[in-house]
Design a protein around this ligand. Structure first.
Ligand code: MSP
Length: 709
């Protein structure tokens, strides 16, 4: 069986991840899913880079040991990758690598020994001991030459890193060196013989000119007295390996290099070489240093180094803590569905170039391409099948005797026209995908959405439905739309696994239908007569003003939506990624507006039965012997405040609630809880698996007692 191995860089465990880190994982996850779809045995590796001075310093600052610091960051990664559907449980990565694991120490020591024994192409020892004198950036974990730093304004001060703007460390110490300078010719012939080794091409040229400019030997250790948090140099424990030497090696130690148990569990022999996905900022380490180390150790070179660009803010500025423009994962996950984030990242960034990230742009794309585009196509097609075809996939065949009639309506009687269009689009899509041009691939997929939309609009099924003689024409149009949707689900699965599964299951197809090889798709495989499933809107329309206000004020999204148009939800059956956060708590009843013909619509009068009032918390206290309950007095504009009990004590400090505006269900039948009467209910969103409550509130000033309609 064919195998494929894709890796992300391992992330520094000094700080929590942001959009930039998430992006590399999304791309790797997308590639892995696409390979799996093709039936290739695929391994996807991610993880954390836990050693080095930078982590030591971050730990010190936070009052933790380096290991505690790493554990803290890893816990966050695990939580976030689960929330974003990127972990193993959701069909994402297979290995979360940690460089502090013993097997890594073993593997990397073996690797060092091999390099230390090796001769360079020019016949010298690949590793030698010397003295290093120069500047080092802890944040880059890299030595800096004169053209890589900014000279200090005052004499005697340290220069600053051009990337991080932080002061460099002066280093003057004994160290082991890797004789990189002997590898220039070997590397240049590698790039020449394998033009696909570094991708995209522009990056390849960058690497070639760097190597042509001449290579200096690389210091690959620090004295233990300077850096103790790392892997000791084999047979010389007074030195710690340079963190990049050790970190790069994770790609092979993770799957079994130098450790038999690991080899049995995963298989270096089986999966290596890998495709390394990296940001352009760390290209040199991967495309120059890493192949040179591997050449020295006599290990096969990677399959390819694929470099993406950086996310910058809407004004083109680099994301930085100082500017405060970092896109935090908590915010993203709180306000946006996973598939919208995945779609936006892959559609908006032209792979290899920098991309601008703005919440407004994300909302616009989600609303236009997803809610109004694919989501609408899916819901209108399914709704019409439900309405006009008794909820079963109709026949796509127009019998001979009806062809003339059909022609008169303007409907193309030749099914192969649309089939040919979509086949051609599929081929183009796959071609772009193979060359990492995700944005172009998605453009092609959306040309299919537009084409099918137009086919429906031109055919006017609602008119055809009025004429019994046009029944077969109507059926054919709807069959074509449904079959196109099935194709789209398969094509889009690697990008939007959750939504693809949802649409596919609404079409009545099994879970595995989206994971079939798109190259094997055959027009017409959708079975006539198959019942469709319950229809639920796939993509929520995001209320831009409201979401932007919530993001800017740092508040949680609210569960109750003021307008009917908002009241759509993602299918609760979503298997691969978490449901859209703002909609998660939606009651069954508010789950369905926006699509025709769904039986569980409610009338506006039903909604009006719920008396929702603005309230102000006057007091809040814990209920003795009830861990979860808070007892609140809430002013909802009546003579007496209401006494309301809420199961939120594990998440809210009572004191902090006082003075807060909340939404109260005022006409809920009173009931007793733990001996106290509860005269209403506070509305909250329910977040995550554990259903963390987040109380609904208002961005603007509202009087107590105001009614929500
Ligand atoms: N630990 C090293 C990698 C070692 S791999 C053997 C490292 N870690 S990192 O945490 O700083 O960065 C990891 C990845 O995140 C890199 O691919 C980097 O390009 C990516 N990104 C960090 N910020 C980014 C953006 N603003 N935009 C896109 N990707 C960015 O480097």
């Amino acid at each position: 069986m064919k195998t494929f191995y894709v890796t992300t860089p391992i992330y520094y465990a000094n700080s929590l991840p942001h959009l930039g880190h998430l992006y590399t994982m999304i791309v790797a996850d997308t590639i892995a899913r696409s390979k799996r779809q093709q039936g290739i045995d695929t391994l996807f590796l991610t993880g954390t880079d836990e050693h080095g001075i930078n982590i030591e310093r971050a730990a010190q600052k936070a009052g933790r040991t380096p290991k505690e610091q790493a554990d803290y960051v890893v816990n966050y990664y695990k939580k976030m990758t689960a929330e974003f559907g990127l972990d193993g449980e959701h069909g994402g990565y297979d290995i979360f690598m940690r460089t502090t694991e013993p097997f890594h120490y073993e593997g990397v020591s073996e690797f060092w020994r091999r390099v230390a024994k090796a001769k360079t192409p020019k016949g010298n020892s690949a590793i030698y001991k010397g003295h290093y004198e120069g500047w080092f950036c802890a944040a880059c974990a890299a030595y800096k030459t004169e053209d890589e730093y900014r000279k200090p304004k005052t004499e005697g001060a340290a220069p600053t890193c051009l990337i991080h703007d932080t002061a460099l460390d002066r280093i003057s110490e004994d160290s082991y060196f890797f004789r990189l300078s002997d590898y220039d010719q070997a590397l240049l012939s590698l790039y020449e013989n394998r033009p696909d080794f570094v991708r995209p091409e522009s990056r390849n040229n960058e690497v070639i000119s760097f190597v042509r400019g001449g290579l200096q030997d690389l210091s690959v250790s620090r004295p233990r007295t300077s850096v103790s948090w790392g892997v000791p140099v084999p047979d010389d424990p007074d030195h710690t390996m340079y963190v990049w030497f050790e970190a790069l090696t994770n790609y092979i130690t993770a799957i079994g290099f130098g450790n038999e148990e690991r080899e049995r569990a995963f298989g270096f022999e089986k999966y290596w070489p890998a495709l390394h996905l990296v940001g352009k900022d760390i290209l040199r380490f991967h495309a120059v240093y890493w192949p040179a180390f591997l050449l020295a150790a006599g290990v096969e070179l990677p399959r390819a180094i694929v470099a993406h660009g950086m996310w910058v803010d809407p004004s083109g500025r680099k994301m930085s803590k100082t500017i405060g423009n970092i896109v935090e994962l908590d915010v993203l996950s709180r306000h946006f569905p996973v598939d919208a984030i995945r779609y936006f990242s892959l559609r908006e960034m032209v792979f290899g170039q920098d991309g601008r990230f703005g919440y407004e742009a994300l909302i616009d794309r989600a609303n236009s391409d997803l809610a109004s585009g694919l989501g609408n196509l899916s819901s209108r097609t399914l709704t019409m099948i439900s309405r006009y075809c008794e909820g079963r996939i109709p026949s796509g065949h127009i019998p001979e005797e009806k062809l003339l009639l059909a022609k008169r309506t303007g409907v193309d009687t030749d099914e192969t026209t649309i089939a040919g269009f979509i086949e051609h689009a599929r081929d183009q899509f796959l071609q772009h995908f193979e060359s990492f041009a995700f944005s172009r691939a998605l453009e092609v997929a959306w040309s299919v959405v537009a084409r099918v939309d137009k086919m429906i609009t031109d055919a006017k099924p609602w008119d055809l439905a009025k004429d019994e003689n046009q029944k077969q024409t109507l059926n054919a149009v709807l069959y074509r739309a449904a079959e196109s949707l099935r194709w789209l689900c398969v094509l889009l699965y690697p990008v939007m696994p959750g939504a693809s599964r949802d649409i596919s299951s609404q079409l009545g197809l099994s879970d595995s239908s989206v994971t079939t090889d798109p190259a094997q798709l055959k027009w017409g495989a959708l079975k006539e007569g198959q019942p469709i499933d319950e229809i639920k809107p796939i993509f929520p329309r995001i209320d831009k003003a409201k979401t932007m206000a919530e993001i800017n004020q740092g508040t949680e999204p609210t569960a109750i939506h003021a307008t009917e148009a908002d009241a759509v939800t993602r299918a609760a059956t979503q298997a691969d990624t978490k449901p859209a956060p703002p909609m998660k708590h939606a009651l069954e009843a508010d789950a369905v507006a926006g699509a025709e013909g769904i039986t569980s619509f409610i009338e506006i009068g039903d909604f009006a039965k719920v008396d929702l009032r603005v309230g102000e918390v006057l007091s809040a206290e814990r209920v003795p012997k009830a861990d979860k309950l808070l007892l609140m007095k809430i002013d909802i504009g009546e003579e007496q405040p209401r006494q309301v009990l809420a199961g939120i004590a594990q998440y809210y400090e009572p004191e902090k609630l006082v003075g807060r505006k909340v939404v109260v269900v005022a006409n809920l039948k009173p009931r007793k809880l733990r001996g106290f009467e509860s005269q209403g209910m506070v509305v909250a969103a329910s977040i995550g698996e554990e259903g963390r409550p987040v109380i609904a509130t208002f961005a603007e000033d509202v009087p107590n007692g105001a009614r929500l309609k």
